[in-house]
Design a binder for this molecule. Sequence first.
Ligand code: NMX
Ligand code: MLT
Length: 461
Amino acid sequence: MRLINYFCENVTISNYNFVYMGYIKAKFHDKAEEVAVEIKDLLKNHGDKQIDEVHVSQVYQGMRGITGLVSETSLLDPTDGIRFRGYSIPELRDKLPKVPGGSEPLPEGLFYLMLIGELPSEEEVQHISNTWGRRSQIPRHVFNTIDKLPVETHPMTQFSIGIMAMQTESLFAKAYAKGISKSEYWDYVYEDSMNLIARLPRLAAYIYRRKYKGGQHIGPDPSLDWAGNFAHMLGYDDEGFLALMRLYMTIHADHEGGNVSAHTTHLVGSALSDPYLAFAAGMNGLAGPLHGLANQEVIRWIDQMREELGGGLPSKEEIEQYVRKTLAEGKVIPGYGHAVLRKTDPRFTAQMDFAKKHLPNDELVNIVWRVYEVVPGILKELGKVKNPWPNVDAHSGSLLVHYGLMEYEFYTVLFGVSRSLGVLASLCWDRALGFPIERPKSVTTQWIRKFINGELEAYDD
Ligand code: NMX
Ligand code: MLT
């Protein structure tokens, strides 16, 4: 009812909140209030219920498998893969609004879904697109800061520094310095998050054009959606590339709360560091080769294989030899394995589906598919790899190369722009629900030894 009123000219008193705050923000506020009441009840009546138990091995092995966080935006199932508010990737590709005549979902719609918990209408998606368009201006000093860096600086480093330079714009930091009530935190975090998401494509495109295109920058096209405009500012106006960017920005957005970039953003944000500081920290985690940097590593690894084999489409036997050589050198096969997933990543499958439709004869794509036929069997043989199947990063680079975006060091920046949608929607929820500073207990090996010997009791608080 409120929605209908909002989009009409005459707004009634009952939806004063919507007008005063802005439609999306007011809707989020109402949702968060509902969930806060639910959590209060859960804690009061079930706070003592055991959800997990922790083994010594988990304490030493990256806390793998410990359920210890709440992240409302998405949930990862080891076999089915990611679900955003209950919707799988194939469902999102079907149900989320698209540009007229388009085939891929608009990431604005996914952001709405993650933030509000409901599928958006076309108008709601358009509303977010317009809002981000309006907020996308970046202060000059941010570009000046990037211009001071050696041009060869890795794009992820430039991206992180650019985000940090933008921290001057944090409304949360300013409001906190003036003195605000805890109940207002979410409001400023929401504003910062929307501004940051709006600005990231411009920042990323600036870094790309500076490093790879001689500093010839391309202005935004306000008629385009968030991902389409990003593609345009990067210098790629091919309809196929725009569709790819919409899909790419959708599928990389979130992967529940425990992955390094999401967890870091949440952790740093829990100290009430503002969204710029928290997101930059998350991006520094994404820049690691076991996390988001794996997408560049995949293409680098395949390029080296092609170089060694003299080009062309390698046979399965040749790929097998190369895989075994990589393993023998003590390296991982990039794009394969996962800490939670135990099947082929549906994000890999979505990209494979896109490629089958748009570029089935592309040589690099066919190499990626052939690698997929070879690698899982070899990783299974090792006996220690828990998930021998490909993850999102095994496919993404090959699609970008097809459309001419060859500079693989830039790929993780694309991942990072997309990841902002999930981790910043989550950060809004963190503050709206009043989550406290995150501070798990750590122990020493000496403590563990004594605990095993029965000389110490486990901490229970
Ligand atoms: N190639 C070779 N060995 C592997 C691989 C792989 N792709 N994946 C796991 N292993 C090894 C792993 O290094 C470990 O060996 P060791 O005991 O000698 O230290 C053993 O198998 C057990 O590891 P797992 O429990 O299966 O994996 P874990 O949860 O520790 O790590 C990853 C998950 C994703 C970090 C790991 O699979 C990996 O390094 N993959 C390659 C890098 C990659 O593709 N990362 C991208 C992840 C997705 N993302 O976008 O962030
Ligand atoms: C991600 O998208 O964050 C990666 O798949 C890593 C993870 O989930 O741990």
